[in-house]
Design a protein around this ligand. Sequence first.
Ligand code: HEM
Length: 210
Amino acid sequence: MKGFAKTSIGKKLFMSISGLFLITFLLVHLSVNMTLFLGKEAYNQAVEFMDTNPMIQIMQPLLALGFLLHISYSFVISIQNRKARGVERYAVVDNNNSSWASRNMLALGIFVFAFITVHLIDFFLPMKTTHVADAYELVVSRFDLWYVAACYLIGFIALGFHLHHAFWSAFQTLGLSNELWRKRLARMGDIVAILLPTGFACINLYFFIF
Ligand code: HEM
């Protein structure tokens, strides 16, 4: 296993599996945050459920590990590919067909990582360390500020571009994309890349405007 993790395909496999795991987290996270539209009580109950459910508590360290693996391997693969190919980047699988997102996966990833770091300091830390009881009020107080709302929007756009390439690329690494599925997965990737950032952005804009 240790030896496999060091091979090129092993690293890409870890990146793909951790990436798909992070996408699953984002789908759950968006669903929980959508309850913001149902009002204060519903959202605080949903957050309370996430904070106390034993399954979620087990998943949280796994999520942190997933992030760590994904980020570490992205750097290792990028450095190796740069060495091997000069200026080309790791995500360029098909040079003739490569999209802007695929050529800038590392930069987009770093941007999303910066966003998540700020987000954790902004939301996760106050909730864990000072035990903010009212998660709803925390969200409202943050998205009321135009510069916070604007930074989040930029983060969501970067996330969308990152996911646009990441989704089908992960399945390709897993060997699940033949000619037919390649197209289907690309469409599904488009949907995920639009759905997730748009969902988060709707929340952001709603609480900024109203
Ligand atoms: C409208 C957008 C968003 C809102 C309102 C929001 C809200 C929150 C809140 C309130 C927490 C703390 C939950 C707790 O401690 O119980 C949290 C945690 C977290 N958020 Fe977000 N979030 C948003 C978007 C995002 C996005 C786009 C990402 C990733 C790209 C993200 C990643 C995380 C992570 C990794 C955690 C820590 C794990 C967890 O508590 O589940 N969030 N978010």
